[in-house]
Design a protein around this ligand. Structure first.
Ligand code: SF4
Ligand code: SF4
Length: 457
């Protein structure tokens, strides 16, 4: 079974999904059942977000709901309607592991999850609930509740250093970000000739997974083979990413199970946790400590802003004059700027929505691209609008929800004491005690990866 599927019994052939698919992977005639070209599909889940055709409890002509839940990896008794376009879940599997005391269970949560999870419990769009989320995860029996934001800070240390190296050496420019797995799959499938332009950094999810099973195992004095590494993500493609063959540099699979924001909500409801009234708790230390820069990764422009905050200070050895780089923030499309960083005029671009990257790639192929650094996110507004986020069935709600989720992300950043990745004390400690230096031997082995051509010949 693929990660993204269309249920033949439920699809009405409205082709709303085909209209949002950024790569034209959905095929079929209007009014007939649609199919997905798995090779082309970048697993972004935008079709899953938009599909509004569903099975109701009263549909007797179709396969039973219980059987469908099982086939989709969903929890028995889930009350939410089952839509025609869906992603294969892992929440059923996770529930079984949660009661296994032989496993040391570590969970990480991506920045966009904490600004959307509460919507599943009837709270307003964009309600920010990191404390409730951490508390609910502890009640779910996780031994350590860590944070992908921590690894976002780590990504900035490695990616910022990589950019400085490439700019200094004048090699493989422009450099693209590599934290969006759907973008990486797209580049591998359609444009393998530009793979040397992708940062070699693993995504924050994968960096976190590797660090949990190495440094994390050391500090908790745990046998890494007993660790179950779980990720809660706004993105359906994160499951595809964690199953990539090369992602196991800790000696084990970096991330064992990925669930989406929606699946975490199902699990919390299933376990009878009162999310609305639960008291806040902190993430565990040190791998749950994060800066504002780590948290803005969830929005388009966030990786760029985080990288500039750190890159500016590493290059100039001076404090950045204004930490809120509002010119990189925005919505779907392509934004460009030239930023003075010491003696360097850094040409940057931010791409949100996968279709918008094609002209940029074509300009590289023609040798006409003068950008140094380009952030690419597949989903319309970055991870806040990911395929695994709470579904928005009413068209008008979509823009409001995305706006509110983004506002919450930037509020969270501005309310944190530490707002630059290189100032995160837990990151400094990780380098002092374990990694030693960005792009060093250990960092290279654990935190960087390589890509493969998936082009059909
Ligand atoms: S999968 Fe959903 S959105 Fe796509 S054509 Fe079928 S019913 Fe419409
Ligand atoms: S997951 Fe994304 S790429 Fe794949 S079919 Fe759906 S919309 Fe298209």
């Amino acid at each position: 079974m693929s990660i993204i599927n269309i249920d033949k019994e439920l699809c009405t052939g409205c082709r709303r999904c085909a209209n949002v698919c950024p790569v034209g992977a959905i095929k079929g005639e209007q009014g007939k059942v649609q199919t997905i070209d798995e090779h082309k599909c970048v697993v972004c889940g935008q079709c899953v977000q938009i599909c509004s055709s569903y099975a109701s409890q009263f549909d007797t002509e179709i396969t039973s709901i219980d059987l469908k839940l099982k086939e989709r990896g969903m929890l028995e008794g889930t009350k939410e309607p089952l839509f025609a376009a869906y992603n294969m879940g892992q929440v059923d599997l996770l529930k079984k592991y949660l009661s296994d005391d032989n496993k040391y269970k570590i969970v990480q949560c991506a920045p966009a999850v904490r600004v959307a999870l509460a919507e599943e419990f009837g709270m307003e769009f964009g309600k920010l609930t990191p404390g409730k989320m951490a508390s609910a995860l502890k009640k779910l029996n996780f031994d350590r509740v860590y944070d992908t934001n921590f690894a976002a800070d780590l990504t900035i240390m490695e990616e910022g250093s990589e950019l400085i190296k490439r700019v200094t050496e004048g090699k493989n420019l422009p450099m693209f970000t590599s934290c969006c797995p759907a973008w990486v799959k797209f580049a591998e499938t359609e444009y393998p000739e530009i793979l040397n332009h992708l940062s070699s950094c693993k995504s924050p999810q994968q960096m976190a997974g590797t660090i949990f099973k190495t440094y994390g195992a050391e500090i908790d004095n745990i046998d890494p083979s007993t660790i179950l590494s779980v990720a809660v993500m706004p993105c359906t493609c994160k499951q595809f990413e964690c199953d990539r063959e090369e992602i196991n540099s800790s000696g084990y699979k970096d991330v064992d199970i990925v669930i989406t924001t929606r699946e975490l909500a199902y699990l919390i409801k299933d376990m009878g946790i009162d999310f609305i009234n639960i008291d806040d708790e902190e993430f565990d230390k040190p791998l749950g400590e994060y800066s504002g820069a780590g948290t803005i990764f969830g929005s388009t422009g966030g990786v760029m802003e985080a990288a500039l905050r750190t890159g500016y200070e590493l290059i100039t050895k001076k404090s950045i004059p204004n930490i809120d780089l509002k010119f990189v923030r925005g919505g779907q499309g392509l934004r460009t700027a030239t930023v003075e960083v010491g003696d360097l005029n850094l040409n940057i671009a931010i791409v949100s929505g996968l279709k918008n990257v094609i002209p940029v790639i074509e300009s590289i192929k023609e040798g006409k691209c003068d950008f140094h650094f380009i952030e690419v996110m597949t989903c319309p507004e970055g991870c806040v609008s990911g395929g695994g986020q709470p579904k928005l069935l009413i068209e008008e709600h979509r823009d409001v929800a995305y706006k509110k989720r983004k506002e919450s992300i930037y509020d969270h950043d501005s309310n944190l004491k530490i707002r630059k990745s290189h100032e995160n004390p837990a990151i400094k400690k990780l380098y002092d005690e374990f990694l030693k230096e960005p792009l060093g031997h250990k960092s290279h082995h654990l935190l960087h990866t390589n890509y493969v051509s998936r082009k059909e010949i």
